[in-house]
Ligand binder design. Structure first.
Ligand code: ADP
Ligand code: MG
Length: 137
């Protein structure tokens, strides 16, 4: 599968970085197959991040993700999962490589500007969490 789920997180949307991040996504050769602005409820954020339930950052993460609107997108490219994670950079912006989105736009390990699926299996699950088949162009 050459699709992945990307999210422009609430920190980046609130700072007005949406346009810059989308511009970068397109210039790196991704096609946007679906996109919407959503303000997750706390329950929806908990459902999305269910794999992290029980971790010490789960509360902080789900509070943050439901604190303000974010942009959810389906991105297409060859090896989309891996390529998008490469463009995002390491989870902690302080450790992310030069030129990555998290290095450029992230402010902390929690508020790190973007999300990306970590495997094809999870990409499939995450895409269907937000989009139905008719919404994928
Ligand atoms: P990634 O988003 O790079 O796949 P994880 O799946 O490990 O990283 O974590 C999911 C999200 O949880 C991270 O993007 C970040 O927003 C948040 N997070 C991860 N680790 C921490 C931490 N130690 N403290 C606060 N938030 C964290
Ligand atoms: Mg992850």
């Amino acid at each position: 599968m050459n699709l992945t789920l990307g999210i422009i997180k609430p920190d980046a949307v609130s700072k007005g970085l949406t346009g810059k991040i989308i511009d970068r996504i397109l210039s790196e050769g991704f096609q946007i197959r679906a996109m919407k602005l959503v303000h997750l409820t706390k329950k929806q954020a908990e459902g999305f991040y269910a794999v992290h339930k029980g971790k010490k950052f789960f509360e902080e993460l789900t509070n943050f993700m439901s604190s303000a609107p974010c942009i959810v997108m389906v991105l297409e490219k060859e090896n989309a999962v891996e390529e998008w994670r490469k463009l995002m950079g390491a989870t902690n912006p302080a450790e992310a490589a030069e030129g990555t989105l998290r290095k450029q736009f992230g402010s902390s390990i929690g508020e790190n500007a973007v999300h990306g699926s970590d495997s094809e299996e999870n990409a499939s699950i995450e895409i269907s969490y937000f989009f139905n088949k008719l919404e994928l162009v």
